[in-house]
Write a protein that binds this ligand. Sequence first.
Ligand SMILES: Cc1cc2nc3c(=O)[nH]c(=O)nc-3n(C[C@H](O)[C@H](O)[C@H](O)COP(=O)(O)OP(=O)(O)OC[C@H]3O[C@@H](n4cnc5c(N)ncnc54)[C@H](O)[C@@H]3O)c2cc1C
Ligand code: SF4
Length: 510
Amino acid sequence: MTLRHLVIVLGDQLDLQASAFDDFDPAQDRVWMAEVAEESTHVPAAKPRIALFLSGMRHFAQALREQYGPIVDYTRLDDADNSGTLAGELRRTLARHTPAGLVMTAPGDWRVLQALRAVATECRLPLEIRDDRHFFSTVREFAEHAQGRKQLRLEYWYRALRQKHGILMEGDAPVGGQWNFDADNREAFGKEGPVNLPAPQRFAPDAITREVLDLVQARFADHPGHLDSFGWPVTRAQALQALHDFITHRLPLFGRYEDALWAGEPWLYHSLLSAALNLKLLQAREVVQAAQDAWRAGHAPIEAVEGFIRQILGWREYVRGIYWTQMPDYLERNALEAQAPLPEFFWTGDTDMACLRDALTQTLTHGYAHHIQRLMVTGLYLLLRGVKPQEAHAWYLSVYVDAVEWVELPNTLGMSQYGDGGLMASKPYIASGKYIQRMGNHCKGCRYDPAQSTGPTACPYTTLYWDFLMRHETLLASNPRMGMQVRNLARLTPDKREAIRAQAQRLTPE
Ligand SMILES: Cc1cc2nc3c(=O)[nH]c(=O)nc-3n(C[C@H](O)[C@H](O)[C@H](O)COP(=O)(O)OP(=O)(O)OC[C@H]3O[C@@H](n4cnc5c(N)ncnc54)[C@H](O)[C@@H]3O)c2cc1C
Ligand code: SF4
């Protein structure tokens, strides 16, 4: 047959309603999907993340075949002549079929876009890239919003999107009389911890997933992470069940305990929807709508619903805009000139720091940690320790099931590591061990003391916090939002400063 379009579908584009399918005609078009090793090895992807993408892709190919017939050109990871790269596989396919053109929904990764464009140019084929309707905004809209601004803050972008899309609005005013209920969303659990925590729905692997788990275990045996408790949604039907489960059982308390930590409790009241959203098994619009409906029905309070919607309509759209307007230079930024390597124990969880051990262990077990663990436990430690942002980025991109570069990189390099020098965050997110003590119960079971910055029981966070302030004192003194922390630093005696410096050096021997 004469082939009109070869429609490229990547592992994070598992949506039958995507723009790439707008005019899809099974009589003259084909779909191209490829499992390639490079996507799991350009950073050493953790096993749960590889398994999620491969299983999601195989289920999606099956859904495509059910809808359109045998129109999918699918390369499996273990196919004998798999070249191992997206570019190589596309080239091989184009040697067999000559379509009039290539079509795809805009990809989430700058590197992948360059690779596919290069093949299209080499094969002299037009590559049509269509807007990704999954998102509320386009990158063009964000670029217009960003024009002329030195700093890009979430709040104004979020408000503009709420107004434009009429979300949590009463006419021109925000419902509840305020845009942001952040101040109500910072509670810690009481002494007794989370009571009657609803267990999130997990999904037992079906035959397709079991085959993928075996493949990943065999092929990527030396990659980090474990597969024993793999239970992520891998189909649209499962993703919808996961959404329903969250809205029904956890949304009402999502806001109040959004920033809380608790030892041995990886999920708390979080949605666990990021992977399903990022693979496009769920639409951002339907998730936001479901939360808004829950508030209108009186099922969840405004601070929970606004807090949740802000993460998706606000942060998620905002970091995507940052990524696509700042790449590729963004990847190289290192405003604090941090040069330390990633600590080896980030790949094993083998540390005495109870908060960090918990966050790392659950990350390796499930491919998941909630936002405050990523920002204020793992991220904070790397920032205070002066780890190179690019090393931090490679780690976060490797280990989380929801990691795709457009969302991971701005969160890591910008928000968490201050590598962009304040483009995204108005100040470095730094704190001592006392913050972690306030937000959870880890310190009770830890051999360190968050109140101590020197001595044998000094909490490494607290030592490194003061050391960070000293190392960057001049820079931080010029930031009005750091005033109190810099003033506290000025109260330290020269002897105390010296003792902290020496202790910090012992902690960071590299
Ligand atoms: C260093 C660092 C790295 C991160 N890497 C990723 C990543 O690779 N992929 C990813 O999806 N998120 C990332 N995040 C953002 C956030 O931590 C995760 O989206 C969240 O923890 C996922 O869990 P959840 O679905 O239970 O989220 P919830 O707490 O239930 O939040 C609801 C949804 O809001 C969205 N969201 C929340 N916070 C953010 C944010 N800061 N940026 C963008 N979207 C957000 C997610 O889609 C999430 O599913 C990172 C954050 C930090 C600090
Ligand atoms: S004492 Fe320090 S290292 Fe230990 S749990 Fe508390 S914050 Fe973490």
